[in-house]
Design a protein around this ligand. Structure first.
Ligand SMILES: Cc1cc2nc3c(=O)[nH]c(=O)nc-3n(C[C@H](O)[C@H](O)[C@H](O)COP(=O)(O)O)c2cc1C
Length: 459
């Protein structure tokens, strides 16, 4: 990253749903329940901007969880991440009440068209004055496929092959307008320079798009690209395209190894590893004393119901966990079919069993509970110590902070931890600029970076 000192990047992990990523959060007495209103999300955005978060980021899934027992009733009755609103409108509402906070949303390369995504994010980037980011995902399960008129989700590596071409098209379209193409001179009547607006004429294996994109370039060139691939194929995709890369580590030792593996994937793609920020997901439970923080953590842990785990494991892994007994082992074939290979490998490695049981998946993944990600727990000093250790040990460049409940978890972090990180010189006291790229220390891409030479005609 540009600049001399390393600056910890902070991302708020948000969901356009009835709970945070921890389904028990909606059951928390202090959890806000006005999640169908703009005020709920605008409040979160204001808290994050006040705390100088670099980015507010929304994950997404294009179906409610209905793979467990082939039914959505349990998920709906228990509020297990069942409301999933479109994040575009929500991020726009947040953008209207903030001026520096980066605004990231997830869009799928498997279920949308490149032209649609290119236009949507280019417009979002203009309307937020260069604060937009796109989390590029290939999606995970058959429920999403069925909502888009397909019978089943595409095979894992094929999704990434398509996604590579999807990115080439989107970046090509984003390069349609050179930075100085607009003239807007009323005296000469000349609006824009046609020599500086380029068609794409892409006809590839999976996509075709003519262009030019009818949206001029934004102040940051184009939106920041986020990725979170974890498998071999996913990681090489992330290494090629990601500017911010999200990861999940079970602990610091594993984190250090994964961090260097991901940086190596960036270098293997011919890019500078310093141009990419790697951020693991985490929770923070902070209070005035260690005992109070631990009490808070245990209270939140107990908000999870057993149903949360099996519903969300079925959703993420595209496999009905209700079809097996708790103690029956997954066969090799069943393991191969699980949609999220990095997730599966984490459970195999943590359990030490090549064929884990349903109970092992529940226990070792922590899915549906706050145990899914590392929890930094304690006084502000103790939490900052843990974050500093991860950061200085080169296990990460920042964090994706998930909420134990909203808005309380972000408010606590802002009030207790941010001043301590700032005092230690680890975290910025103010935004460096107005665009997300400036604030992340990322270079501004040129319009010609992805022009036609990268694209090919396939008859
Ligand atoms: C912090 C984080 C957020 C993610 N958000 C989404 C999301 O919103 N939608 C989605 O379909 N996948 C999401 N994923 C899953 C990844 O895109 C990816 O599919 C997963 O890490 C498995 O990697 P693989 O595809 O290489 O097997 C997320 C992963 C992480 C670590």
């Amino acid at each position: 990253m540009a600049g001399t000192t390393r600056d910890m990047k902070m991302v708020g992990f948000l969901q356009a749903q009835n709970c945070s990523i921890a389904p028990g959060s909606w059951r928390h007495p202090a959890g806000a329940v006005d999640f169908t209103t703009p005020e709920y999300f605008q409040r979160l955005g204001r808290v994050m901007e006040e705390a100088k978060f670099h980015l507010a980021f929304f994950d997404d899934r294009l179906a409610l969880p209905d793979i467990f027992n082939s039914d959505y009733r349990d998920a709906v009755a228990n509020g297990v991440r069942v409301v999933k609103m479109d994040p575009v409108s929500i991020i726009t509402m947040i953008g209207a009440v903030t001026t520096r906070l980066g605004l990231g949303i997830t869009y799928s390369t498997t279920y949308y068209e490149p032209f649609h995504v290119a236009r949507l994010f280019a417009t979002l980037d203009l309307m937020t004055k260069g604060r937009a980011a796109w989390n590029v995902v290939t999606s995970l399960n058959n429920s999403e496929a069925e909502n888009f008129g397909r019978t089943e989700h595409l095979a894992h590596d094929l999704r990434y092959d398509r996604a590579d071409e999807f990115m080439e098209v989107v970046l090509g379209l984003w390069g349609s307008w050179e930075d100085d193409a607009l003239i807007v001179d009323k005296t000469t009547g000349r609006f824009a320079d046609p020599d500086k607006v380029h068609a794409l004429n892409h006809r590839g294996k999976y996509f075709a798009s003519k262009g030019p994109l009818p949206v001029p370039r934004s102040p940051q060139g184009h939106p920041v690209l986020i990725q979170a691939g974890q498998s071999g194929r996913g990681r090489s995709f992330a290494g090629r395209w990601g500017e911010v890369i999200f990861v999940v580590y079970p602990n610091l030792a594993a984190g250090k190894k994964q961090y260097s593996d991901v940086k190596a994937a960036v270098a293997a793609a011919g890019r500078n590893p310093d141009d990419v920020a790697i951020c693991p997901a985490c929770y923070v439970c902070v209070a005035d004393s260690q005992a109070a923080a631990e009490e808070k953590r245990e209270y939140i842990r107990n908000l999870a119901k057993p149903i949360d785990a099996v519903v969300l494991l079925s959703e993420a892994l595209n496999f009905d966990f209700g079809s097996k007994d708790m103690d029956s082992e997954f066969t090799d074939d069943e393991l191969r079919r699980l949609s999220w290979s990095g997730f599966r490998e984490r459970v195999v490695s943590l359990s030490g069993k090549p064929n884990p049981t349903v109970r092992d998946f529940v226990h070792y993944s922590g899915r549906g509970t706050i145990g899914e990600f590392p929890i930094f727990c304690g006084t502000p000093h103790a939490v900052a110590d843990q974050m500093e250790e991860w950061f200085t040990a080169r296990a990460c460049d920042g964090f994706v902070l998930a909420a134990t409940h909203t808005p309380g978890a972000f408010e606590d972090f802002a009030r207790y931890v941010v001043p301590e990180l700032q005092r230690r010189g680890l975290y910025h006291r103010d935004y460096a600029g107005t665009t997300l790229r400036e604030n992340l220390g990322l270079k501004r891409p040129s319009a010609s970076d992805w022009r036609v030479p990268h694209l090919r005609e396939v008859s």
